[in-house]
Design a protein around this ligand. Structure first.
Ligand code: ADP
Ligand code: ZN
Length: 740
């Protein structure tokens, strides 16, 4: 019928739209899927990506609007587009919203500025000074023109030397196209030749050879049945996992492909980056949500044109447009921080596995305390289990004692029991360091009125305000609300009746200082972090032995290697166990295990002391016995019986609104069509545990389904017919990790 059909394309825009829309291709423009374009949308013009598939064909050609402009950015690969589709289908977030994660550096889509570098000419400098010689050597070794900063650094000369050399015709300025400025492979080669690589233990060696083999066969993947080549690298802290995956990374770099290392908390990786740089001779590209615009732009481009070979990033790095990704490593894979809690609610570890599968390359998950999810994937044959036994170099595991607080003489305003205090004294006297762990920021979690019993709560959220003495106020840890410390009770008006209940790290520091006035104390908690630099300063003071006692929240739990730390005191081992969260035990175990693992990492053995009111609790028992596998078995058993993840599936739906009546109406609308059937239950609506959060009233539904149920389809069908008022927000959380 349509004889002279105009060419059409589908374009996906990075907005909350479920699919790509059709546009006309103007004459002379040639477009292919993945191309970055600008298109009109309603009354504005926005960036979009040419998507796969053909236009829907029913749109009147006259109404079809044309693509405005073809931007010079590198096209998004088929692999990335498929991944975006996958994430959207899995998380039930709109396709355009997911695309937005991949277009997170808008400036990178514009044409790149011209860049210049230096290259040698035919003429040799006369006289050949040492500085000039170094310049030529640096260029010779790189084999490509180098930009000024890099050249100055490599040759260790002043800018003046380059200027003179250009003037004399011994050097020339050439356009580098912005791609070769880091010349990473060459740098890597250099280091490879020069540096002393660790000689691996036989355990490490055999794991490395398994990985090398997998990486070699990479090209065959995606065609045969060898997809999903995933590995779980499992070994206690200090067993040499990092060293092992560094070897795998080296193989991938040698093969000319890119590597992505995902870390849970990017702010905490200074030590890691140093180690990385020392091993590979080049700095990895760092990616997280806190980067400046300019760094995002440069980073995005470097990843897409392949000049960044190594990326170390937080979860959002998963959506970068890699040119040739060859391996993803997820370090501390059990960390809850990999679950995005805002916007598109994806779990970066799970999506990393998906991205690797779609791209046909391996993924390596690493942890000392793997998640039940990953262990279950080992059982199902989806991940290959690689275990590292002992701590490297024979450092022993810390000696762990459980202190039953019922037998200790503590009172309601002291939290360091006598056993802990005496070990702290010993440690202090021997010149070693102690770490006191309490996963509570601030001074006290609750302010209570002695006269009327009132607890001070946040005006926007159903939570107690936390007293922070260092900031002289009461803070809400959910919405950021802050008020000055109160002189009288807001409920009964009684003066000076408010008392701080329970401890936070600041209060523990106060108690410690009173007990050990001569000790140098450092508090490490995320609110005291003063930016990455302040944090780094604290870490350095610890490494330089300018600190005797570290008092920290979970921020201190991972990644650090403090050689002189020999005592860990867990102030309250029970804190996480009381949560009504299905993963409360697992998470407590992981966290405490990690914290305990901070000590005794070198010659001097470590000691750990757990203060608890529930010494018989399975988590405490398993920690004390060092019986991880026993704990996992028990935890698996109870989850399997209850049909909870990873044995069953959960999807949470959260409705929220500033208007209480409206959100109730919404729950009624959804309840009318509540799906019923075999193999699943839909619970709710129920007021959320945090009924009011950031000023909104919240209700939840929870789907619990067996693994054979297509939970996504069930939810999609259910929601398809529902009409909610525009003020009510509905968030779908597939595989929820937070139940507040
Ligand atoms: P993990 O990642 O399991 O915590 P690491 O890889 O950080 O363990 O290793 C712990 C310590 O042992 C580090 O200081 C590391 O440099 C050292 N190490 C590990 N393997 C070797 C090796 N083969 N040769 C020398 N040192 C090693
Ligand atoms: Zn609040």
């Amino acid at each position: 019928m349509n004889v002279s059909k105009k060419p059409q394309v589908r374009v996906l825009v990075p907005l909350a739209v479920p699919k790509a829309y059709s546009y006309a291709v103007p004459e002379g423009m040639i477009l292919a899927p993945g191309d970055v374009v600008r298109v009109p949308l309603a009354s504005r013009v926005c960036v979009g990506v040419v998507w796969d598939g053909t236009g829907d064909g029913n749109i009147d050609e006259k109404r079809l609007r044309p693509v405005r402009e073809h931007l010079p950015a590198r096209p998004l690969s088929k692999e990335l587009r498929t991944f975006i589709e996958f994430v959207s289908n899995y998380t039930l977030h709109p396709l355009g919203t997911v695309l937005r994660l991949a277009l997170s550096a808008p400036d990178a889509l514009k044409p790149p500025p011209k860049r210049f570098g230096y290259a040698a000419t035919e003429t040799m400098p006369k006289p050949m000074t040492q500085a000039r010689k170094r310049v030529l050597e640096a260029l010779g070794q790189a084999g490509v023109p180098l930009e000024q900063n890099l050249l100055l650094e490599r040759a260790q000369v002043r800018a003046e030397v380059l200027r003179t050399m250009v003037k004399a015709g011994w050097l020339q300025k050439v356009e580098t196209g912005g791609a070769s400025e880091t010349a990473p492979c060459d740098a890597y080669q250099l280091v490879r030749e020069k540096s002393v690589l660790p000689s691996l233990s036989s355990d490490q060696e055999s794991i490395v050879s398994v990985l090398r083999e997998a990486l070699k066969h990479e090209d065959g993947w995606g065609r045969g049945g060898a997809r999903g080549n995933g590995f779980l690298l499992d070994g206690v802290t200090g067993s040499g996992k990092t060293e092992v995956y560094f070897e795998a990374i080296a193989s991938v770099l040698e093969a000319g492909r890119q590597v992505l290392v995902l870390l849970p908390e990017i702010a905490l990786t200074e030590q890691f980056l140093k180690r990385f740089t020392a091993r590979f001779g080049i700095e990895p590209l760092v990616w997280h949500s806190g980067l400046t615009r300019a760094r995002r732009r440069d980073g995005w481009r470097a990843v897409s044109n392949g000049s960044a070979r190594m990326v170390v990033g937080a979860r959002s790095a998963l959506f970068l447009p890699f040119e040739a990704l060859g391996l993803i490593v997820v370090d501390e894979e059990h960390e809850q921080a990999f679950k995005q809690d805002d916007g598109v609610l994806y779990h970066a570890r799970d999506m990393a596995v998906a991205r690797a599968w779609l791209g046909g390359f391996p993924v390596l998950l690493s942890s000392a305390t793997p998640s039940l999810e990953s262990l279950e994937n080992v059982e199902r044959g989806r991940l290959q289990h690689l275990r590292l036994g002992e701590r490297f170099g024979g450092a022993s595991q810390p000696d762990i004692s459980v202190i039953d607080l019922r037998g200790e003489s503590t009172d309601s305003s002291h939290w360091l029991g006598e056993s802990l205090v005496s070990l702290m004294r010993e440690t202090l006297e021997s010149g070693d360091q102690s770490l006191l762990f309490l996963n509570r920021r601030g001074y006290a979690p609750v302010s209570l009125c002695r006269a009327c019993g009132e607890r001070i709560t946040c005006p926007n959220c159903d939570v107690w305000l936390v007293e922070h003495r260092s900031r002289n106020g009461l803070l809400c840890h959910h919405c950021g609300y802050r008020r000055a410390l109160l002189l009288e009770c807001p409920a009964c008006g009684e003066k000076e009746s408010l008392v701080a209940c329970g401890p936070g790290v600041e209060r523990i520091a106060e108690e410690t200082a009173a007990l050990f006035p001569q000790a140098r104390i450092e508090i490490l908690s995320s609110d005291k972090v003063f930016g990455a630099r302040g944090y780094q300063g604290a870490i350095e003071r610890i490494l330089e032995r300018e600190v005797d006692i570290i008092i920290g929240t979970q921020i201190i739990a991972k990644g650090h290697h403090f050689p002189h730390l020999t005592l860990v005191g867990i102030i309250d081992a029970d804190i996480g166990l009381g949560n009504a969260d299905l993963r409360a035990s697992e998470r407590s175990y992981q966290l405490l295990h990690q914290v305990i693992g901070r000590c005794g990492r070198e010659e001097r053995p470590g000691r750990a002391l757990l203060q608890t009111w529930m010494p018989e609790h399975p988590v405490i028992q398993a920690l004390a016995r060092g019986d991880r596998d026993g704990f996992i078995e028990q935890e698996r058993f109870s989850r399997e019986r209850a049909g909870l993840p990873p044995f069953g599936r959960l999807v949470a739906l959260i409705l929220s609104d500033t208007d209480e009546q409206r959100v109730r109406d919404a729950t009624r609308v959804l309840s009318k069509t509540l799906p019923k059937g075999d193999g699943f239950v839909l619970l709710g609506p129920a007021p959320a545990a945090l009924y009011r959060l950031r000023g909104k009233f919240r209700y939840r539904f929870l789907l619990r389904a067996s693994r054979s149920i297509d939970a996504q389809k069930l939810i999609t069908d259910w929601l398809a017919g529902a009409r909610l008022s525009s003020g009510t927000r509905l968030v779908v959380d597939v595989d929820p990790y937070w139940f507040g």
